[in-house]
Design a protein. Structure first.
Length: 45
């Protein structure tokens, strides 16, 4: 059973996502993917 903080955080995420226009979602996902790719390349092997 999740505690109050987790529930509140989820509600905040849902509020934030509901305010983001649907057209911006692919852009955000693409940016996150690119950032993750760059971080993987910069990370020491």
């Amino acid at each position: 059973m999740p505690d109050g903080a987790t529930v509140g955080q989820a509600a905040t995420w849902q509020e934030a996502l509901s305010q983001v226009p649907a057209t911006a979602l692919p852009v955000v996902c693409g940016s996150l993917y690119l950032v993750g790719d760059v971080l993987q390349q910069l990370a020491p092997r």
